[in-house]
Design a protein around this ligand. Structure first.
Ligand SMILES: CC(C)(COP(=O)(O)OP(=O)(O)OC[C@H]1O[C@@H](n2cnc3c(N)ncnc32)[C@H](O)[C@@H]1OP(=O)(O)O)[C@@H](O)C(=O)NCCC(=O)NCCS
Length: 167
């Protein structure tokens, strides 16, 4: 097990079963989530498979499992690519389960992993119209450090570039 994997697994275990570390075997579940969360511009199966098998990224799913036998149901997920500068790759929660703290659980886990991995900064891009996500990120300590014109497509929109200093 690489140390990045162990950091991720320890963080998931500390969540008391709310977080799962996702791997390539979860790609079909993520395809389904992507299509529900980002219907205008979902990642393709190939992009998801590539991300899930990247050795420098960690993907968490957030789940609820009321039944000890049935597999947990994923309500959202988030991923981060680690480095001195870490990049939040994606984050989303199913529409019916928003506003219940799941986005916060995911973001706290990404930041913890970046800090433990030794990242110095975490960056992300967000649509400038995405008030819910911007609020979550600002409450997590991110600040706007720039803007990338036309970064997003479907529909085309500028990105706010946000940064969190973690050490
Ligand atoms: C952004 C997103 C992940 C937040 O997930 P969530 O589970 O609803 O978030 P939480 O319930 O944990 O809320 C966390 C914070 O987000 C902010 N927030 C959430 N919903 C909000 C809303 N409708 N309006 C304003 N702020 C909101 C608040 O700052 C909240 O802080 P609080 O806990 O102090 O109230 C979710 O809205 C989503 O999946 N959106 C669609 C996909 C997306 O835009 N992803 C981000 C791409 S950059």
């Amino acid at each position: 097990m690489t140390s990045l994997e162990s950091i991720a697994r320890e963080r998931a275990e500390a969540s008391g079963g709310q977080l799962l570390v996702l791997g390539i075997e979860d790609r079909q579940a993520l395809v389904t989530l992507e299509q529900e969360i980002f219907p205008e511009d979902p990642w393709t199966t190939g992009m998801i498979a590539q991300e899930l098998s990247s050795g420098r990224s960690v993907y968490f799913g957030v789940c609820v499992n009321d039944d000890a036998v049935a597999p947990p149901v994923l309500y959202g997920y988030a991923g981060i690519a680690l480095g001195i500068d870490a990049d939040v790759m994606t984050m989303g929660v199913l529409p019916d389960f928003r506003g219940r703290g799941l986005g916060r659980v995911l973001m706290d886990a990404l930041i913890d992993v970046a800090r433990r991995w030794g990242s110095e900064r975490v960056f992300l891009e967000v649509r400038e119209s995405n008030a819910a996500a911007i609020s979550l990120y600002e409450n997590s300590g991110f600040e706007v450090v720039g803007r990338t014109k036309g970064y997003f497509r479907n529909p085309r929109e500028d990105a706010l570039n946000m940064r969190l200093i973690v050490r």
